[in-house]
Ligand binder design. Structure first.
Ligand code: I22
Length: 234
């Protein structure tokens, strides 16, 4: 294959519809531009919808989290794939807030690869989060699970384990909520109503950033919410 053929195979949209084989660069750029604008509009609308539907419940959840931190509680976050990186980002957001906010103890159950692989290999992937919660959990702690579908089995069993141990349980799901919406073990469930995994994850990030601000605001020594510290957007 020539390098020209390689390029055409990799990027067919650049070459389609042109008899000479040359790309309609202006047309492609216009399409990319429009697609970017559409996606930006979509996520802004989705965040507005989440705020409209769940704003008051997010505030209540942030206050409940602050109450747990004030009692010495710690937060454990978990999720699969893209949601595992969100779980790690969430833990970092709580642990390392901007100047002026109190750091809150938070851990991602996806971070210890030795534990994750040993549990998966020896017992099964369904227990990778629940077994860790069984080892770490205290009743004043918080469990936060993120999923785009709401159907991941290891999250469902983690919520059941967390709830049995008295933890505050927070679920962040997408689409219609999936099986997480049927669980009795989630105290605060937020569902991002979109079929797009990417838009769901973008809106979920906003939800946990807001929860971090609200929790920081509510713990003793927390920064007043109406006077944000430099660097932390409101
Ligand atoms: O979302 C991405 C990439 O953005 C995938 O990596 C995705 O997270 C993985 O397929 C997960 O296993 C899906 O799990 P869940 O969100 O349905 O719980």
């Amino acid at each position: 294959m020539t390098s020209q053929q390689d390029l055409e195979a990799l990027y067919p949209f650049l070459y389609s519809g042109s008899e000479s084989g040359a790309a309609d660069v202006d047309g492609v750029l216009a399409e990319v531009r429009q697609s970017t604008v559409d996606k930006a509009r979509e996520i802004v609308d989705l965040r507005r919808e989440v705020h409209r539907r769940d704003g008051a419940r997010i505030a209540a959840c942030g206050a409940a989290m602050a109450g747990r931190f004030a009692r010495g509680g710690r937060l454990f976050a978990f999720g699969n794939g893209g949601s595992s990186t969100d779980a790690q980002d969430l833990a970092t957001t709580f642990m390392d807030p901007p100047p002026g906010f109190p750091p809150m103890p938070a851990f991602a159950l996806t971070a210890d690869i030795a534990v994750v692989t040993a549990l998966s290999n020896d017992v099964g992937f369904d227990v990778v989060f629940s077994r860790q919660l069984a080892a770490f959990a205290r009743p004043e702690d918080i469990a936060v699970g993120l999923s785009t579908s709401g159907n991941s089995a290891n999250l469902l069993s983690a919520f059941d384990e967390a709830s049995r141990r008295g933890m505050l349980t927070v679920g962040i799901s997408g689409d219609t909520g999936g099986k997480m919406a049927e669980l009795g073990s989630i105290d605060h469930l937020f569902v991002v109503p979109s079929p797009s995994v990417h838009r769901i994850q973008e809106a979920q990030t906003t939800i946990y950033h807001v929860l971090a601000e609200l929790a920081a605001d509510g713990v003793p020594g927390g920064h007043p919410f109406d006077q944000p510290a430099p660097g932390w957007a409101t």
